[in-house]
Ligand binder design. Structure first.
Ligand code: ADP
Ligand code: MG
Length: 376
């Protein structure tokens, strides 16, 4: 990828710049916990966006996307927003830096990536983090701290791309470290690295390639349930509630609200359990909690779908150590922790059985936990 970018940059701009990269991410466990003040547990992966960049002495950005094969040129004022979606991510990052009092001047760039788009690995966060990191290095003497870089990416999604996301994706992309997952406390924003060295195991995503479009805004309904129960319990978010508290109010809330809250409270504990287990190298417990998360997402939080439940069942049948839906739900990938010796059979079985039932093979993505934003 780097060679292609370098060649392309030199042909287009007749010079050479500095190369930066940032990664997509997985989340091992901790789903629908962010807006409840709980924990998430992401890591950056070996699939990244890479960009060569050089200041050009003008007030314009000239950008070429290798993968989409499109060129865009835009200024740095609010009214200069480009038309192409991919360019809006770059423009947004520039604007968010400027809005925070940082400096961005015109630059030339060529970029490419291998984070699958829209598969739940956050290619958009990789793109934002790559440029946020680079522009901090090139124009701001690295004075913008890493958390702010992640927030610049998040604000880009909010203000320039119409996606009202949390901080996890950009956080993981900026802070990612090889062989480490990062537990982020979404209440305090404190974080801690945990060694995740998969001796004898592999991490693989199985992408169902289905996406159920839902009409009645299921996320908002679940958020409302969580907020309602937190209210009844007199706490700010469900982070501050325990199962015993929930039992006490069981009769005064609906069964649905009870189930939603139960999932969230249990999921908080599961993330902590997984971190403890990792410190002991106990991957069996890690896997067990992944299965329990899947079950909770399916039965209590009700954000699974038949295709993902089927992939989860196949994983179980094949002896996979841990498997669960990754992401918000209603489609997308499962994330699977698989022993080396079971890997081939699991993948072959999942492809075959899924295709027999749903008419297409799932897409397989092997992932390795890698560094996040960096200069190459
Ligand atoms: P994801 O879940 O992968 O983040 P999004 O829809 O949020 O999916 O972001 C995908 C968008 O990010 C693409 O439509 C494109 O605009 C931009 N993007 C991601 N990767 C690339 C790439 N390699 N080249 C150009 N644009 C990219
Ligand atoms: Mg995205």
């Amino acid at each position: 990828m780097k060679e292609t970018i370098k060649q392309c940059f030199s042909e287009r701009f007749g010079t050479a710049g500095t190369v930066y990269a940032s990664s997509g991410r997985i989340n091992l466990i901790g789903e629908h916990t962010d807006y409840n003040g709980g924990f998430v547990f992401p890591g950056a992966i070996d699939k990244a966006i890479m960009a060569e960049i050089k200041p050009n002495g003008t007030d314009k950005v000239r950008a070429y996307s290798v993968d989409i094969d499109e060129y865009a040129e835009f200024g740095l004022n609010e009214e200069d927003a480009p038309r192409q979606q991919w360019a809006r991510y770059i423009f947004g990052v520039c604007r968010e830096i400027i809005k925070r009092g940082g400096k961005v001047e015109g630059f030339d760039t060529v970029f490419a990536g291998n984070v699958p788009l829209g598969a739940g690995l956050s290619s958009s966060a990789a793109l934002e983090s790559c440029f946020a990191f680079a522009l901090n290095d090139l124009f701001n003497d690295n004075k913008i701290d890493k958390f702010e870089l992640a927030k610049i990416g998040q604000s880009t999604e909010h203000n320039y791309c119409g996606v009202n996301c949390g901080i996890m994706d950009q956080f993981a992309s900026v802070f990612g470290k090889k062989d480490n997952l990062i537990r982020l406390d979404c209440r305090s924003l404190e974080y801690e690295y945990f060694l995740f060295k998969l001796d004898g195991y592999r991490l693989v995503l199985v992408d169902s390639k289905v996406k159920h479009e839902l009409v009645d805004s299921p996320y908002n309904k679940r958020r409302a349930s969580c907020e309602h129960v937190a209210n009844v319990l007199g706490v700010e978010t469900l982070r501050d509630a325990e199962l015993a508290d929930l039992e006490k109010v069981k009769d005064s809330i609906s069964e649905e609200d009870y189930n939603r809250a139960k999932y969230v409270i249990e999921e908080k504990q599961r993330v902590l359990d997984v971190c403890d287990a990792l410190e002991k190298g106990d991957y069996e417990t890690v896997g067990d909690r992944m299965y329990k998360t899947h079950e909770g997402m399916s039965k209590l939080y009700e954000v699974s779908c038949i295709e993902l439940d089927y992939l989860n069942d196949i994983a179980k049948e094949c002896g996979v150590t841990g498997s669960r839906i990754m992401g918000g739900g209603f489609g997308g990938c499962t994330i699977n922790l698989v022993k080396d010796e079971l890997y081939d059979n699991f993948i072959a079985t999942a492809k075959k059985k899924f295709a027999e039932k749903y008419g297409h093979e799932p897409q397989i993505y092997d992932v390795v936990i890698s560094d996040g934003a960096r200069k190459i």
